[in-house]
Design a protein around this ligand. Structure first.
Ligand code: AMP
Length: 210
């Protein structure tokens, strides 16, 4: 199986859901910059205080903050650990920095159209405790508004509200989409249509990773 995997794809394309399944089934360490940043904001760390306003508006947090954060995380991984990067890299500068530290085996790009993404994110609910995500129609929690895994009350991320979602999609197109070409040229890109049931998509993901 591939050892170092990047999940590309716009916000709402299923990176977190598919990354979580890969990590549960095959033991990958999943590193999600979005989860790390939200935790930093909640704990009001110096990173959190710097990142907060960028995140609220749907903009990217400056490269140097993200690159420093990830450098530390990557260097603390034991040799030979399978790792999934969810939400990183998001710019060419971040991809260059990652490439200096670790060899990427696969960049998995989940392709989903904009209107479907807006629909998914505006009806997405997230767990602040264990970071699980749900969709009110497609993947609702068993007990209304509570996380199936840890029982915490779910919330609607501020940046999952429609106006911010549209900005995040624009930022994705401007800053992150060029990475598909970056990894295509490197022979690392695999694009999967991220539409269908979670399990149908996961079947394709497993094929790409295996
Ligand atoms: P996500 O949960 O991956 O959608 O990330 C939520 C927000 O965190 C993004 O809209 C950005 O503001 C910020 N963020 C997450 N990952 C990165 C990254 N690699 N580079 C810059 N900003 C990021």
């Amino acid at each position: 199986m591939k050892q170092t995997i990047i999940l590309l794809g716009p916000p709402g394309s299923g990176k977190g859901t598919q990354g979580e399944k890969l990590s549960e089934q095959f033991g990958y360490v999943r590193l999600s910059t979005g989860d790390m940043l939200r935790e930093a904001v909640r704990n009001e760390t110096s990173l959190g205080l710097k990142a907060k306003n960028y995140m609220a508006g749907g903009a990217l947090v400056p490269n140097d903050l993200i690159i420093n954060l990830m450098k530390e995380k990557i260097s603390s991984l034991a040799q030979g650990t399978g790792v999934i990067f969810d939400g990183f890299p998001r710019t060419v500068e971040q991809a260059d920095a990652l490439g200096e530290q670790i060899d990427v085996d696969l960049a998995l790009n989940l392709d989903v159209g904009d209107e479907e993404l807006v629909n998914r994110l505006t009806l997405r609910r997230s767990c602040p405790q264990c970071n699980s995500v749900y969709h009110l129609l497609y993947n609702p929690p068993k007990k209304n508004n509570f996380c199936d895994k840890c029982g915490s009350t779910l919330y609607h991320r501020d940046d999952d509200k429609e106006e911010t979602v549209r900005n995040r999609l624009k930022v994705y197109r401007d800053k992150t989409l060029p990475l598909t070409e970056y990894y295509r040229k490197a022979g690392k890109l695999c694009t999967i249509e991220g539409v269908g049931s979670i399990d149908e998509i996961f079947d394709q993901v497993k094929k790409a990773v295996g």
